[in-house]
Design a protein around this ligand. Sequence first.
Ligand code: AMP
Length: 229
Amino acid sequence: MNRKKEVFVFIGPPGSGKGSLSNYCTDKLGWKQLSTGFLCRKNITENTEIGKQIDFAIKSGKLISDGLIISMVEDWLLNNGAQFEIAILDGFPRTVKQAEALDHLINNKIKDCVLRVVRLFISDEVIVQRLAARLICGNSDCQSIYSSLPVSALMPERGMKCDKCHSALTRRPDDEINSVKERLKIYHNHEKILLDYYRDYGLSINEVNVEKPLKDVFEDFQILLNNNK
Ligand code: AMP
C-alpha cells in the first residue's frame, strides 16, 4: 500500500525557530523543506525582478503579496511534489488566503497528501532577545542561522564565519527592532484566524513549546511525531 505524502505547516512568530526545526527535519529525518523567507532573501541578494519588488517590504517587516508567495509555493510543490514523502513549509501559509491556496494545491495537484499543522509558541520578550542576537550566513544559497548569545547552541564555531560554507555572517535588516515589532504585530493579527481556519477544517493543531534549548525542542517534536504515527 502506498504511504500518503505529508506536508507540515509550521505556524510560529518570527524568531520562534521554524528554520532551525526545519533544518533538524531535513538533516536528521531526510524531509524536504521550502522556506518562503529564504526564497525571498535569495531573490533580493541576487537582485532579480522579484527581489527588487519585495526588498522594501521585507526590510520593513511587512508581508509580501499573497499572489507572489502563492505562485512561489505552487512552483516549488509542482516541481518537487513527486520527490518527497514528507515536506515542511517554513513560513507559509501566513494568511487565510494562502491557506486556501495551499488546500487547493494539495487537494487538486498533489495526489494522496495530508496536511499537518504545528504551532510553535514562545513569548514576545524572548523573541526580541533572540532576534537581537541572530546572525545569518550572507551566502544566499546557505543562509544558515546562528546566534551570538553565548548560552545558545547556535553560536558559530569560528567568530563571524559560517561553520558550513565559511562565508561572512551578517544580520538580517528585518531583525532591527522596529521591523521586529512590525513582524510580531502582523503575526499576532493573523495567528488566531489561521489556526481557527484549520480547526474549522477539522485538522488538529500540534503545539510545541519552543521557549527551550533547541535539543529539548527537537526531542519534544520527535515525541509528537511518534505519538501521531
Ligand atoms: P521569514 O524568513 O519566514 O521570517 O520571512 C522573512 C520575510 O519574508 C517576512 O517578514 C515577509 O516579508 C516575507 N515572507 C516570507 N514568507 C511569507 C509569506 N508566506 N507571506 C508573505 N510574506 C512572506
